[in-house]
Design a protein around this ligand. Structure first.
Ligand code: A4P
Ligand code: MG
Length: 194
C-alpha cells in the first residue's frame, strides 16, 4: 500500500536507436534501483511508427507505473540521468534517441513549466503513450481528459503494434547486475545509428 505522501507516477519510455529493448529495460532498472521509486506495473512492449521529427527508425515504447514520494522535479532528474546513461545525445527535436523517458502524470499535479509540464502536454494525442498505458492500467485517467480508454488516440491502430516476443521485467536485483539488464525474449538486432 502506498504511504501517505506517495503518489502514482506514470513514465513513458521510448527508444529507436541501437538495442532498443535492452535500453528500455535499463531505463526501468535505473529508475527502480532507487527504493524511493516503487514500480507497480509495466506495460507490454509496443513497436510504433515515429510521430513527427525527421525520417527515423521505428520505436519501441512502453509505460512504467510507480509510486513515489519524491518531488516531480527530482523524478525528472532521474529520468534524465537514465537517458544520459544510455548515451543519449540531443540533436534535433523529436529526433531519434537511444532512450527517452517522459513523466506523463504525477497523480493529478499540474504544471505549465516548460522544464516539467504536467500532465505531459502531448500525451492525450499519442497512441504510443496511451496504448501501453492502458495495457499497464486499464482504468487509467489523464487529468483534464478523463478516462484514457475513451480518448480517440487510444482506439484503433495508430501505428502501434504489440510485440509479444518482447517483455520487460520489474526487478531491483537486475539493476544491480552489471551489464545484465537484458529483457526477456530474444535479443533484437540493433537499429541503425545506435
Ligand atoms: N519536459 C517538459 N515536460 C516534461 C515531462 N512531463 N516529461 C522537458 C519529460 N520532460 C519534460 O525533452 C525536451 C524537454 O522537455 C526537456 O528539457 C524537459 O525538461 P527531451 O527529452 O530533451 O526532447 P524530446 O523528447 O525530443 O522533446 P519532447 O518535446 O518532450 O518530445 P515528445 O513530445 O516527448 O516526443 N514517436 C514514437 N513512435 N515514439 C516516441 O517515443 N517520441 C517523440 C518525442 C516523438 N515521436 C515519437 C516518440
Ligand atoms: Mg523527452
Amino acid at each position: 500500500m502506498a504511504g501517505a505522501l506517495e503518489r502514482q507516477v506514470v513514465f513513458a519510455l521510448g527508444s529507436n536507436l541501437g538495442e532498443r529493448l535492452a535500453r528500455l529495460q535499463a531505463g526501468i532498472d535505473a529508475l527502480t534501483a532507487d527504493q524511493e521509486i516503487r514500480a507497480t506495473a509495466v506495460s507490454s512492449v509496443y513497436e510504433t511508427t515515429p510521430v513527427g521529427g525527421p525520417d527515423q527508425p521505428v520505436y519501441l515504447n512502453a509505460v512504467l507505473i510507480a509510486v513515489s514520494a519524491l518531488p516531480a522535479r527530482t523524478l525528472l532528474d532521474r529520468c534524465q540521468a537514465a537517458e544520459r546513461a544510455s548515451g543519449r545525445v540531443r540533436t534535433v527535436r523529436w529526433g531519434p534517441r537511444t532512450l527517452d523517458i517522459d513523466i506523463i502524470t504525477c497523480d493529478a499535479e499540474t504544471s505549465d513549466d516548460p522544464e516539467l509540464t504536467l500532465p505531459h502536454p502531448r500525451a492525450h494525442e499519442r497512441a504510443f503513450v496511451l496504448v501501453p498505458w492502458l495495457d499497464a492500467d486499464p482504468d487509467a485517467e489523464l487529468p483534464g481528459f478523463g478516462r484514457v480508454a475513451d480518448l480517440p488516440a487510444s482506439v484503433g491502430d495508430g501505428g502501434v503494434r504489440r510485440r509479444d516476443d518482447f517483455s520487460l521485467r520489474l526487478s531491483r536485483r537486475a539493476s544491480r547486475r552489471t551489464g545484465a539488464a537484458m529483457a526477456d525474449g530474444a535479443p533484437e538486432p540493433a537499429n541503425r545509428g545506435g
